[in-house]
Design a protein around this ligand. Structure first.
Ligand SMILES: [Zn+2]
Length: 106
């Protein structure tokens, strides 16, 4: 979740990428195993590709409209996880909303 590690990914996509990579959002970079770093980069590509496919052709004249109905965890605190059915957690810290699954993400 640290923007100094990777700038320009907003917290909605950060939530989605971490969910896809099955990584707990408050892990420190130094604790990630090489295969987890690989999973993170793979998830970055797959989530952003899926997102651009999902919003392609749906953006109107207002580029600030956020199309987010395809997101799996971001903004879904209290709802069931799409993978395991566990309740999605929601934490607000430093004016940033973070959603994740405590069961799927370690
Ligand atoms: Zn889950």
């Amino acid at each position: 979740m640290n923007n100094t590690f990777l700038a320009s990914i907003g917290n909605a996509y950060a939530d989605e990428i971490l969910f896809a990579a099955r990584i707990y959002p408050y892990r420190r970079r130094s604790t990630l195993k090489p295969e987890e770093v690989d999973a993170l980069y793979g998830a970055m590509h797959s989530v952003l590709e899926r997102a651009s496919a999902a919003v392609a052709g749906r953006m109107g004249d207002d580029i600030h409209v956020k199309i987010r109905d395809f997101l799996q965890v971001h903004g879904k605190g209290g709802e069931p996880c799409p993978q395991c059915g566990n309740t999605i957690s929601q934490i607000t810290a430093n004016q940033r909303l973070t959603n994740f699954c405590r069961r799927c993400q370690v």
